[in-house]
Design a protein around this ligand. Sequence first.
Ligand code: SF4
Length: 232
Amino acid sequence: MTEDPRTDSLTQLTAEVVACRRCPRLVEWREAAAQDPPSRYATEEYWARPVPGFGDADARVLVVGLAPAAHGGNRTGRVFTGDRSGDFLFASLYRTGFANQPTSVSADDGLTVSGLYVAAVVRCAPPDNQPLPLERDACLPFLVRELRLLTRVRVIVALGAYAWDGALRAMRELGSRPLVRPKFGHLAEERIGAYWLVGSFHPSQQNTFTGRLTPPMLDSVMVRARELAGLE
Ligand code: SF4
């Protein structure tokens, strides 16, 4: 069997991401979360390492989040897996034809996605979900490299203003820069070089519990991403 060089390179990137200890504050935080889990996860063994991207090497749509949650991705080892944000996101990805199942609970739960890749600007869980600028800058090269490897990506869906900013920074590193910096908004869209950038409110509990982001609203973003990516 001929090895797909893209998959091979993504594999290499994943290996480098999970071994990274570049940000001392985040290394300490991700490991501390594992040492002091809430009672419902007390018997679980935490991943407690950087969380790599996940998905289809032939993806035409890249979904970008902020960073893993301390007891979500940092626990399960897969992006947007094991917390309510992930439940909300993957239910939408299932309804809009990107995922084979509506739930994302653990790294071995059988979830697969098609035409889509999911990543984050920052790969380690940060305190209060707020990475420092130098931590973002340290981690951004992983997203740049991912974007370079995912050669079929045409649409980047940014979940929240932080991801919007991170995606713009990554695209700029690849030579795609808008004349005027586009403003983040839900269903905002902008053509930047070879990409479409589409904004969505982040599926955090803060947004989903208050109704700021509803399932139909997220579905609208993913349907639009399908259209812009030329997916049936
Ligand atoms: S946030 Fe990124 S750069 Fe910093 S330690 Fe984690 S993986 Fe490495």
